[in-house]
Design a protein around this ligand. Structure first.
Ligand SMILES: [Zn+2]
Ligand SMILES: [Zn+2]
Length: 324
């Protein structure tokens, strides 16, 4: 099982500007001024040595993560603008298929890709929205109403179903078991844990963890326990999350590290980036979290063997694939 990130930016799409791309190109050319390149493969090898912020970006599309498992049916978490890039990757004339979309909540950045999801316009496809918000169908229809969008929801030819459950429910797709957790976020949100053949991938975006998260027995530590991959809302710095942005419904890189270490998560993927930060700023916050992870593990590890958790911490970016 693996997760594919199609959209990782928080709140709204925040693609690179011409000015920021020019600066990256300028810096990369300058950094390479002493190198001789025999061919393009050598250029590619050199690019691999640069930090991601120098050759790519963390921010483009809004939340959309594909869970690739041992089934012909497609599984997604959220329908942000990343869903459109997935649809483009299918090409024309894709075979009829079933798409499951697990919705964390209905804020616009998590549903705004759906009007551009071409499989929804093709008869023969089946799309099932799973989630907990009673207003799910109404919100998806409303964002396509005039004067906001030119094509009405009714123009979609696929069979579209809504599987809306009560809090505490779990789901199943083929052999994949999906457990859920209610999260603290304005209007509520839900996290999803996908389990197949003993591997677990958890999608937990738009979720705030206040001071109660530091107490013994915090229920998210149980939910995250031994996850192979945890995709976690790290929009803010710890200072922001605990001060001026408290109750805004998001978490931070330090809390991501602490909860993952306590839950012995193997791979932590920090997700839902703050659109106001530059790629360089996001990497700076990440570096602080990496050193905090070492310090925090030493504090925790009086008790256990010397294994450090999480074993890998990475920033999500569109196109990143993570094997469970
Ligand atoms: Zn969001
Ligand atoms: Zn939200």
């Amino acid at each position: 099982m693996k997760a594919i990130i199609w959209g990782s930016c928080g709140s709204l799409p925040a693609p690179s500007t011409s000015a920021s791309i020019r600066q990256k190109v300028r810096d990369a050319i300058w950094a390479a001024r002493e190198h001789q390149f025999e061919n393009l493969a050598a250029v590619d090898a050199y690019l691999e040595t640069l930090p991601h912020c120098a050759r790519g970006t963390y921010k483009a599309n809004t939340s959309c993560v594909q869970i690739k498992a041992n089934t012909d049916e497609y599984i997604f978490c959220d329908a942000g603008t990343g869903l459109r890039d997935f649809a483009l990757s299918l090409g024309k004339d894709s075979a009829p298929a079933t798409y499951h979309i697990f919705i964390s909540h209905l804020h616009w950045d998590h549903i705004q890709g759906f009007p551009f999801f071409t499989p929804a316009y093709q008869a023969g496809n089946r799309i099932i929205f799973h989630g907990f918000h009673k207003e799910t169908e109404r919100a998806l229809r409303a964002q396509m109403e005039a004067p906001c969008f030119p094509v009405p929801f009714e123009a979609m030819q696929a069979e579209i179903e809504f599987d809306i459950q009560e809090n505490g429910a779990s789901f199943q797709v083929g052999d994949i078991q999906i457990s859920t957790i209610k999260q603290q976020h304005p209007g509520d949100s839900w996290g999803y844990c996908f389990e197949e053949n003993g591997k677990r991938i958890i999608y937990s975006s738009d979720s705030e963890h206040g001071p109660e998260a530091r107490k013994e027995g915090y229920h998210f530590v149980d939910f995250f326990q031994n996850a192979d991959v945890l995709i976690f809302d790290g929009q803010y710095t710890f200072e922001e999350a605990t001060n001026e942005k408290r109750y805004w419904g998001h978490s931070d890189h330090m809390t991501a590290v602490e909860l993952s270490a306590r839950a012995k998560v193997r791979q932590l993927i920090v997700f839902h980036h703050e659109p106001a930060y530059t790629d360089t700023e996001i990497e700076e916050i990440h570096k602080d979290a990496l050193s905090y992870s070492e310090e925090y593990n030493q504090r925790l590890s009086n008790n256990t063997n010397n294994t450090t958790y999480p074993q890998r911490i990475e920033l999500a970016f569109d196109g990143l694939e993570i094997e469970a």
